[in-house]
Design a protein around this ligand. Structure first.
Ligand code: VGL
Length: 210
C-alpha cells in the first residue's frame, strides 16, 4: 500500500537547547540532521509539521505550580522560538501544545494548528498514514507523540539520527526508545528515509482534482 508520510519536527525550541531554560544535552545537535530531512521532505512535496511547547506563564507543568520543570517555552518568549538554524520550509504547519494551565502538553497529537484544528484531525483530513518523527526530547515529547500517534492508528518512523533526550535519569532515552519499539514504532536514519521518499515520489498516482 502506498504510504503517505509527513515529517514531524518536535519542539526544536531555544529553551530546549544549550543555554535555554530546560536545556536538553546536545539539543541543538538535532538541527543539522533535521535540516537534511526538511530539505528532503520539501523536495518530495511531503507535508512538514513543527510542534512547539507553548505554555502560559502559569502552568501546573512548572515547579512553582506543582510540576517538575522550570518555566520554559512561555508563549511569546524568546525561549519559545524555534532554533534559528532550523530551516523550516514555507508551508510548514506549526502545531502548538501545552497551551492551558493544566496541560503538560507532551504529545504533539494533542496539539492544534494556528486555526485551532486538532493535529490528529488534520492528519486524517490530509490522508496521512505515516509520521517521520525527530526533535526533542526523546524521553518526553518525542516519546509521547510517537506513542499517541501509534494509538491513533498512524504508522511511525523515529528518526534516530535526529533526536536527543533530557535524561533526568541516565538511561531514560534508551528506555523511551524501547517503549516506542514495543508499541510498534519503526526506526530509520537519513539514507533509508531518502530511499523511501524517492520511491514514493516515483510511484505517486496523479493527484486527485475532484
Ligand atoms: C519536554 C520536558 C518538559 C519536551 C517538554 O519537549 O520533550 N520535555 N517539557
Amino acid at each position: 500500500m502506498l504510504r503517505r508520510g509527513a515529517l514531524l519536527v518536535v519542539d526544536v525550541q531555544l529553551d530546549f537547547c544549550p543555554g535555554g531554560a530546560l536545556a536538553v544535552p546536545e539539543g541543538d545537535q538535532v538541527v543539522p540532521p533535521l535540516n537534511r530531512y526538511l530539505e528532503l521532505f520539501k523536495q518530495s512535496s511531503a507535508p512538514v509539521f513543527a510542534s512547539r511547547d507553548w505554555h502560559p506563564a502559569q502552568s501546573k507543568h512548572f515547579k512553582e505550580q506543582g510540576g517538575i520543570w522550570p518555566p520554559h517555552c512561555v508563549q511569546g518568549s524568546a525561549g519559545a522560538e524555534f532554533h534559528p538554524g532550523l530551516l523550516l520550509p514555507e508551508g510548514t504547519i506549526v502545531i502548538s501544545k501545552g497551551m492551558s494551565s493544566w496541560d503538560n502538553g507532551y504529545s504533539a497529537l494533542q496539539g492544534v494548528t494556528e486555526n485551532g484544528t486538532p493535529f490528529a484531525m488534520l492528519l486524517r483530513r490530509m490522508e496521512m498514514d505515516r509520521l517521520y518523527v525527530g526533535g526533542l526530547a526523546t524521553d518526553y515529547c518525542v516519546k509521547e507523540s510517537v506513542l499517541e500517534a501509534l494509538k491513533e492508528g498512524f504508522a511511525v518512523t523515529v528518526l534516530t539520527d535526529a533526536i536527543r533526550g533530557v535524561e533526568v535519569e541516565p538511561g531514560d532515552s534508551e528506555r523511551a526508545l524501547q517503549e516506542m519499539w514495543g508499541a510498534g514504532a519503526e526506526q530509520a536514519t537519513f539514507a533509508s528515509v531518502r530511499g523511501d521518499l524517492q520511491a514514493k515520489v516515483a510511484s505517486r498516482p496523479p493527484a486527485r482534482t475532484d
